[in-house]
Ligand binder design. Structure first.
Ligand SMILES: *Cc1c(COP(=O)(O)O)cnc(C)c1O
Length: 382
């Protein structure tokens, strides 16, 4: 039997699905989802005010150890507002990794800022603090009010590392580089609820972290996002901005900022509360699947992307690195032709036409991974 068919056979046996379509990542509703949604409808509070919104925020804050969590309509909009909140202004630059989902780069554009793409590390597949420091050393000067790009003269205000497929980046080193270069850290933890770095939850290391609850993520609210904060005042201000910046008053409509309608409806939060109750179980099951994959791929001599040292990954999407681009495409074709959905990693941001003129550092690791990485079935195994 050739390698491609052996892998597909293993996945089907693991998921006990001998035939039919096997999606990449399915949501699981095995708890109180229907009960809470019914309660929500019966209460008539289906929109942006209600007890599930508050409860969902508390549950996520408790689980992640963030001082405060604030809900949002989705992860992309949370990222946009997070950049604004840390002080990113028009014509600033923001450091991002080229190997990410488009939302990270788009959010930088919404803030009218320019992304600078810096390479990822091979073990984390996320923003490399070493590569970032090398680039900063050569290309920037630090002034009283921040770090400036010598070529473009623009200020580099923030950096947005992304914890790829749930694997945390090297956070201690990244925090250190950001502090020394006066760069604000915003974590795109969209994929990494349930992932920890040295025992601390991802998304709680920078000034703001964001999580996504899109349908394909580890847990879902249909669509949704969350901000994580250690700064309670900043959290309160975020709640204000995401709710149209209305000054509380019994009847008057007065607004004191350009606010946003980034509120998550209570009915989505109801789903979120039920999903949060099962999160520890989901993470346990996902990690068991990853362990089985790890052992299987070792016998085949295929590289399985295991969690980096000092971290505990949620293994949102399991990934393997095939030998080269041709092997990757052959496997993608074979598996998808045979009903097992697999997909390559995202096309690098700097290769998309909207971002092709952006400044980049050396991107050799991201390019290596782009040619080889494939995501395989990763749903919670129930
Ligand atoms: C899913 C995702 C987002 C965006 O989240 P949405 O809730 O879909 O808007 C942002 N960044 C990354 C890396 C993601 O995977």
């Amino acid at each position: 039997m050739d390698r491609n068919s052996e892998i597909v056979k293993f996945i089907r046996e693991l998921y006990k699905k001998p035939e039919g379509f096997l999606p990449l990542h399915e949501p699981r509703f095995i708890g109180n989802e229907k009960k809470y949604i019914n309660e929500c409808i019966d209460s008539t509070f289906v929109s942006s005010v209600g007890k599930f919104v508050d409860r969902f925020e508390e549950m996520v804050a408790d689980y992640t150890g963030a001082k405060k969590a604030i809900v949002c309509v989705n992860g992309t909009n949370a990222l946009h507002l997070a950049l604004h909140l840390v002080g990113v202004e028009a014509n600033d630059e923001v450091i991002a990794q080229p190997l990410t989902f488009i939302a990270t780069a788009n959010a930088i554009s919404y803030a009218n800022a320019h992304p600078v793409f810096i390479d990822v590390d091979m073990d984390t597949m996320g923003l490399s603090p070493t590569k970032m420091e090398e680039w900063l050393k050569q290309n920037t000067v630090i002034k009283l009010d921040g770090c400036y790009n010598k070529t473009t003269k623009r200020r580099i205000k923030a950096c947005v590392p992304m914890h790829t497929f749930g694997h945390p980046v090297h956070l201690d080193e990244l925090v250190d580089v950001c502090n020394r270069y006066k760069i604000e850290l915003v974590e795109d933890a969209a994929e990494s609820i349930g992932s920890f770095y040295k025992g601390k939850h991802t998304g709680t290391f920078g000034k703001i972290g964001i999580i996504s609850f899109n349908g394909n993520k580890t847990i879902t609210t249909g669509g949704g996002g969350m901000f994580l904060f250690n700064d309670v005042e900043l959290a309160k201000f975020t709640k204000h901005l995401t709710t149209q910046a209305k000054v509380p008053h019994q009847w008057e409509f007065v607004h004191d900022n350009i606010g946003y309608n980034y509120r998550m409806p209570n009915i989505n939060a109801a789903l979120g509360c039920a999903q949060m109750e099962n999160l520890p179980l989901f993470i346990k099951r996902k990690r068991e699947v990853a362990q089985q994959y790890k052992e299987f791929f070792a016998t085949l001599g295929v590289k399985f992307m295991a969690e980096p040292e000092n971290t505990q990954s949620n293994y949102w999407l399991c990934a393997i690195a095939l030998d080269n681009f041709k092997d990757r495409d052959n496997f993608l074709k074979y598996s998808n032709d045979n009903g097992v959905m697999t997909r390559p990693v995202w096309r690098l941001m700097n290769k998309l036409k909207m971002f092709e003129n952006c400044q980049t550092g050396d991107l050799s690791n991201a390019e290596w991974l782009e040619d080889r990485i494939v995501n395989i079935t990763s749903s919670v195994l129930i």
